[in-house]
Design a binder for this molecule. Structure first.
Ligand SMILES: [Zn+2]
Length: 469
């Protein structure tokens, strides 16, 4: 590691004080979803802004475009060195259902080497760790080895409604070589991973009608089509007998895994049997010629999330319903365009729909393309080096089956790539009752965040030349 000894001793001397600061931040119920908590959210923003100034960061500001404030700060005293934009979010999910918590959600409580509280893991732990590491460098060395801009978002948990506006308004202020996110999660405790891609998402709602109004099944059944039956046939047509999506054009742009990606998949310790058993499910569905990890990470999906229509209340009602509905989402991989995928699904349903039924499509918005860090991006090598040294074991490359719109938005508006160095672990119940964070991760995180700045400086600004606008 490239961390000077003076910083290591500063970290050791200040660890307990930092833990108290972390708990103070976690005590603030900074919910972005609940307008009644807006004052608390802004109290957290204020605390962070004051803290940034106190540890010696410059140009501390709150950026706001009609939503929740982003706390911005910078240290730009390393001319000629790379500039990293550090991302984190200080808003948290609602604490409901409160009755299921074993200790009050906003009173950080230590049990078995873990701190339990809402936000303890997502994302206040790694946010705070990053600030502690920055403080250590500024106090001991008088500066960071590279340039650093800090972007602490206040509305991640509500889908970042004003993020794009903030990025557009402050494009120049936020310019950097890459984004290092303190948000995210390692798959397993004790094994370092580096996330290189996330799947995208596209959404569609469908209404199928066979009559102008609900009808008596005795008077009209056998003459007028049942929309639930018709819709069911359409649903069944979306996949073929091998479990692949049967929509023409759906796979346009999807590439087969490269040799490098196959090697990355093979390096991930993943037990398929355990994976299914953990959720009470059985294997056998979908493309059996491909591994489960490949299907989760490198293949797109088409999911019917809900289907409704007719009478579902108590007893029976001899109704011939006029309409049946469904909601569809798809998870996309690199090469697919969310709008084109939605159009392909519409065309498939339209072609399969008999003449005695009509389809209506409701655009859902909120689509996001998949995101992939370029395989040779210098930030990946930096993380391999830093995390490998902290954990004493090589990193593995992982992908996220879900979607992080942040990465695609940052790429679109700032033109730069995002990698994550979070010390949350996938099992820490964020977004659920009894969220926790491991104290062992606090210490690993401090080591890694202190070590990442010199590793960035060491990579040199030229390394990023092909990866910034
Ligand atoms: Zn988060």
């Amino acid at each position: 590691m490239l961390t000077p000894a003076g910083i290591e001793s500063y970290v050791a001397a200040n660890r307990d004080r930092w833990l108290e600061g972390y708990k103070e931040l976690v005590r603030i119920p900074s919910l972005s979803a609940d307008p009644a908590r807006d004052g608390e959210l802004r109290r957290a923003a204020g605390l962070l802004a004051r803290h940034c100034a106190a540890i010696g960061l410059a140009n501390v500001r709150q950026l706001e475009e009609g939503g929740k404030p982003t706390v911005y700060a910078e240290w730009l005293g390393a001319p000629g060195k790379p500039t990293v934009l550090v991302y984190a979010h200080y808003d948290v999910q609602p604490e409901d259902p409160v009755a299921l918590w074993h200790s009050p959600p906003f009173e950080p409580t230590e049990r078995n080497g873990r701190i339990y509280a809402r936000g303890a893991s997502d994302d206040k732990a790694t946010l705070w760790i990053a600030l502690c590491a920055i403080e250590a460098w500024l106090k001991v060395e008088g500066g960071l080895p590279c340039n650093m801009k800090l972007f602490l978002e206040g509305e991640e948990e509500t889908g970042s409604p004003s993020l794009a506006a903030i990025l557009m308004r402050h494009k120049d202020l936020l310019g950097a070589d890459f984004i290092l996110s303190a948000d995210g999660a390692m798959m397993q405790d004790g094994r370092p991973d580096v996330m290189v891609a996330t799947r995208g998402i596209a959404k569609l709602e469908v209404a199928l009608k066979t009559a102008a109004k609900d009808l008596h099944s005795g008077g009209f059944g056998g003459a007028v089509a049942n929309p639930i039956s018709v819709l069911s046939r359409l649903v069944a047509s979306l996949h073929d007998m091998n479990g692949a999506v049967a929509v023409a054009g759906f796979y346009d742009g999807v590439r087969e895994p490269t040799a490098g990606q196959e090697a990355e998949l093979a390096a991930v310790p993943f037990d398929e049997a355990k994976f299914f058993a953990a959720v009470g499910a059985r294997p056998g569905a979908y493309e059996q010629s491909r591994s489960v990890l490949e299907r989760l990470w490198l293949r797109p999906t088409l999911e019917v999330n809900g289907i409704w229509g007719g009478w579902t209340g108590p007893g029976n009602k001899t109704v011939l319903p006029a309409e049946a509905n469904m909601k569809i989402t798809t998870r996309l991989v690199p090469g697919q365009d969310p709008d084109r995928v939605v159009e392909a699904i519409k065309a498939h349903l339209q072609a399969a729909c008999p003449a005695y039924a009509t389809l209506e499509f409701k655009a859902m918005g909120g689509g996001s393309p998949a995101y992939e860090v370029p395989p040779a991006h210098p930030a990946l090598k930096i993380l391999d080096r830093v995390l490998g040294s902290v954990y004493g074991t090589p990193t593995v490359r992982v992908r996220l089956g879900g979607t992080l719109p942040l990465c695609a938005l940052m790429k679109q508006h700032l033109g730069i790539d995002t990698v994550a160095m979070s010390f949350s672990t996938g099992d820490e119940d964020y977004h659920a009752p009894n969220e926790f964070f491991r104290l062992s991760s606090f210490d690993r995180g401090l080591k890694a965040w202190c070590g990442v700045f010199p590793a960035i400086a060491d990579a040199g600004a030229d390394a990023f030349a092909g990866y910034r606008p």
